[in-house]
Design a protein around this ligand. Structure first.
Ligand code: 4NP
Length: 158
């Protein structure tokens, strides 16, 4: 089992969308040996379901975010997960401070798996409208495809 953790600030917009889209794509591809979860670097929304706008934007693409509740990143995550991927550099730098040195190679930016995109960071849609959520979903879909391809390739080599 390969385990991926998606990380944003509040764990109510970007990383739940990444988790939902990633799981949806895994199910469509009948891949059952990759697992996805999400967390936030802040504790601001712990216990809350994803933002309504995120749930609506996801459901327009057939992606269900129900059953997700925000939690904060904890040190054990760096042991538990194989990839810990931040939505932006600010959250990546928080992860770099928390992460024990032996697990640093698990950290990265999610959009590094969508090298054809201009953006390197998934912008925070919290203060924006539903069009921001759609734009975020486009980036997440591209990076999810790239990440699945990367993990499947790496599995073939082992
Ligand atoms: P997220 O978005 O990091 O994608 O979940 C945010 C959610 C909440 C806040 C900021 C960003 N906030 O300021 O409460």
């Amino acid at each position: 089992m390969v385990k991926v953790l998606f990380v944003c600030l509040g764990n109510i917009c970007r990383s739940p969308l990444a988790e939902g889209v990633f799981r949806h794509k895994l199910a469509q591809a009948h891949i059952d040996d990759i697992e996805a979860h999400s967390a936030g670097t802040s504790d601001w929304h712990v216990g809350e379901p994803p933002d309504d706008r995120a749930r609506e934007a996801a459901s327009r693409r057939g992606v269900d975010l129900s059953g997700q509740y925000a939690r904060q990143v904890e040190r054990a995550d760096f042991e538990r997960f194989d990839h810990v991927l931040a939505m932006d550099r600010q959250n990546l730098s928080v992860l770099e401070r928390l992460c024990p040195s032996e697990h640093r190679d698990k950290l990265g930016l999610f959009l590094d798996y969508a090298p054809h995109l201009e953006e390197r960071e998934v912008p925070d849609p919290y203060w924006g409208g539903s069009d921001h959520f759609d734009a975020v979903l486009d980036m997440i879909e591209a990076a999810a495809d790239g990440l699945i391809a990367h993990i499947v390739e790496a599995e073939k080599r082992t």
